[in-house]
Design a protein around this ligand. Structure first.
Ligand SMILES: Cc1cc2nc3c(=O)[nH]c(=O)nc-3n(C[C@H](O)[C@H](O)[C@H](O)COP(=O)(O)O)c2cc1C
Length: 205
């Protein structure tokens, strides 16, 4: 009887000792990162190498991040969305906006922006840069004290100078960024999910 009791107590202790550091880790991660917001801009329609898509490549990644972190999702939408839905025409409009350093108007605002400790910002790589509407979005808010985690989908250029541009605009603490081929997000979701998870783990989520 005594022996059984000792075995039971040892087993209980092993469970408790294992559980404690884990919950402390989770608490620390929450304390470090605060409430999470996942902001993204993404297009449907005809996109490079994936044809006509119903859900944007960056949107797919944004939803994976929100799901894994328990964060709130916010899609940056244009107030007047007149962008073409064919790829080549869209590249031309985007290039004109970049040359003009345009600031297309954003449709909605994040109402409780101050509550968030970490903001993920995701977008497609457009001409080695953020789409100009993402600058419009960033310039509307005070980023003091926030951590910003950039993520980008692309078809060869990776992150380019997007994290540096986010840093310059927000002056926030910019964490190491993540890039993924758009066609991988669209057509190889399990792979994409594994890569997203690995990046989040590196950031301490
Ligand atoms: C206007 C425009 C410009 C682009 N410029 C680049 C680029 O410079 N480098 C690159 O790797 N991909 C470029 N792409 C490809 C997109 O980054 C890629 O298809 C992305 O996954 C699209 O994401 P979305 O579906 O979320 O909009 C461009 C696409 C568009 C529409």
């Amino acid at each position: 009887m005594k022996k059984i009791l000792i075995i039971l107590l040892t087993a209980l202790c092993a469970i408790a000792c294992n559980a404690e550091p884990k919950s402390r880790e989770a608490e620390k991660a929450a304390a470090d990162h605060g409430k999470v917001l996942v902001v993204y801009f993404s297009r449907t329609g005809e996109q490079y190498s994936v044809g006509n898509i119903q859900e944007g490549n960056t949107a797919i990644v944004a939803k994976m991040i929100a799901q894994a972190t328990g964060g709130d999702l916010f899609e940056i939408k244009l107030k007047n969305d007149t962008y073409p839905t064919t790829y080549r025409a869209l590249t031309e409009v985007a290039q004109q906006e970049k040359r003009a350093n345009a600031r297309p108007e954003v449709a909605d605002k994040v109402t409780n922006f101050d509550e968030y400790g970490t903001v993920f910002i995701g977008c497609p790589n457009w001409w080695g840069d953020l789409p100009m509407v993402v600058y419009s979005f960033m310039e509307q808010y005070n980023w003091a004290g926030k951590q910003v985690a950039p993520f980008v989908t692309h078809e060869g250029s990776g992150l380019s100078s997007i994290p540096a541009s986010i840093k310059k605009t927000t002056k926030a603490d910019v964490l190491s960024g993540f890039s993924l081929y758009g066609h991988e997000a669209q057509n190889e979701r399990e792979n994409a999910q594994l890569k997203v998870n690995a990046w989040l783990k590196k950031l301490g989520f």
